[in-house]
Ligand binder design. Sequence first.
Ligand SMILES: Nc1ncnc2c1ncn2[C@@H]1O[C@H](COP(=O)(O)OP(=O)(O)O)[C@@H](O)[C@H]1O
Ligand SMILES: [Mg+2]
Length: 213
Amino acid sequence: MEGFFVSFEGGEGCGKSTQIALLCRHWEASGRQVLSVREPGGTAIGEVVRHLLKYHPDNGAMTKEAELLLFAASRAQLVREKIQPFLAEGGIVVADRFLDSTTVYQGSGRELPAALVAAVNLFAAGGCRPDVTFLLDLDAATGLARARARHVDRRDRMEQAEESFYETVRQAYLILARQEPTRFCVLDAALSPEDLHAQIRQTLLERGHGLCS
Ligand SMILES: Nc1ncnc2c1ncn2[C@@H]1O[C@H](COP(=O)(O)OP(=O)(O)O)[C@@H](O)[C@H]1O
Ligand SMILES: [Mg+2]
């Protein structure tokens, strides 16, 4: 049996969590086995790494090299402990961020060498790649405003970033999507949640994942 792996990418506030909730609800209502995972995190070990990366009081001093390796450590655990076993059973895995986030945030965002980031990604995930990756593309100002409106009292490190960083991330995602057009599907995240959900299901149908539409 072979499962199906879909990931969602895009800057903070683009609507990943919203779309994942809609898609998982749809699949669960039709009786499918769905595993929803988030990065960093998704395992007991990964959730501790998540806290370190996002909320630890001293994480302002974290080097970009340490940041890269912590993301990779969380993913290495998630792939082997959760994703691969679930796919092997024929399940559907939905990931809130995966490899591409590392390529974009640690590579382009933090300006770590692309070849080095790619090597770390390969080591962490092995051959585990999503079948389809939805990139929810949104202009930097709108993404930042949405992310900041979400929780004003406890912003994490990424939500404190500048608009220029959001724009760098956006452009890096678009370049990545052009490099792998068969895996990526770029959607306009300024559309309503309902319209986006419909486009996601239509895309899965068109790309031959009828069972998963
Ligand atoms: N398509 C959309 N149009 C307008 N607002 C949206 C849309 N999708 C999500 N939102 C809102 O924007 C904020 C960020 O959405 P969220 O799904 O949490 O994004 P992400 O998980 O990518 O950071 C939330 O307040 C959410 O209700
Ligand atoms: Mg989210």
